[in-house]
Design a protein around this ligand. Structure first.
Ligand code: PEP
Length: 255
């Protein structure tokens, strides 16, 4: 998984019509399908997944999910299960995004979602990140604790099915205070590697590490090169096929 750059587009609750979603996906696929060194994954709202899945040709540009529930079937109104996602042929699922944590998703629930996702044979993209930074470095402890809680019970053999996206909350979305610097992301990518090594020894090194937060066509290469990450999780810019295409092309050039 680590040979190619993993670039995931999180479309959140956009765009407002399936017609628009298909047009954007087709435009992104046009660029993504030409790039050997990039695995592109678009995570649209669930209602669009089947339609976009029909547009997938080949492996370079695929469709993923933004969330999954902790059981495979049951009386859980509005939820979608890992088994359902797997049955559609998807591979990647974002888990624990800060926008979900902010509406009540606890660390314990994130942990159950990770376990259920991995058990279904899917790859979980675990999102972690602090709300703000402090000069004493408490945010580093906070992130490492988020990882420990989320991965509780995940066995070494399943680590290949985990990616961790560092998404500082202060740097994501249109209310971002400012973008993180590649050094900010490097510091946390090292912390994530150390946390994984403390938990799993050298087996921890199979986990892919991503950065997300105000990534755009100009800064994508810097995060990939200077922050030592294996890929990016992109929000707003992934909804603009032209800008996202530039990000994908930058990623393809970083070896
Ligand atoms: C996100 O919310 O996951 C994200 C990275 O958003 P943006 O790229 O818009 O900052």
């Amino acid at each position: 998984m680590k040979i190619k750059k993993l670039i995931i587009g999180n479309w959140k609750m956009y765009p407002a019509s399936v017609k628009d979603a298909k047009a954007k996906f087709i435009a992104i696929k046009k660029t993504a399908s030409t790039l050997r060194n990039v695995q592109t994954v678009i995570c649209p709202p669930f209602v669009y997944v089947s339609e976009l899945k029909k547009l997938v040709t080949g492996h370079r540009c695929t469709v993923g999910a933004q969330n999954a529930w902790i059981e495979n079937e049951g009386a859980y109104t509005g939820e979608v299960s890992p088994a359902m996602i797997k049955s559609l042929g998807l591979e990647y699922v974002i888990i624990g995004h800060s926008e979900r944590r902010s509406i009540g998703e606890t660390g314990e629930l994130v942990n159950k979602k990770i376990l259920a996702t991995v058990k279904a044979g899917l790859t979980a993209v675990l999102c972690v990140g602090e709300r703000e930074r402090d000069i004493d470095g408490a945010y580093l402890k906070f992130i490492s604790e988020q990882i420990k809680v989320a991965l509780h019970g995940v066995q070494k053999k399943d680590l290949i099915k985990i990616a961790i996206a560092y998404e500082p909350i202060w740097a994501i979305g249109k209310h971002a205070v400012h973008a993180a610097s590649p050094d900010d992301a490097l510091e946390v990518s090292i912390l994530i590697k150390k946390t994984l090594a403390d938990l799993y020894g050298k087996d921890g090194s199979v986990v892919s590490i991503l950065y997300g937060g105000s990534v755009d066509a100009k800064n994508a290469w810097e995060f990939l090169l200077k922050s030592q990450v294996d890929g990016l999780l992109v929000g707003r810019a992934s909804l603009d096929p032209k800008v996202f295409g530039e990000i994908l092309k930058s990623a393809d050039q970083i070896k």
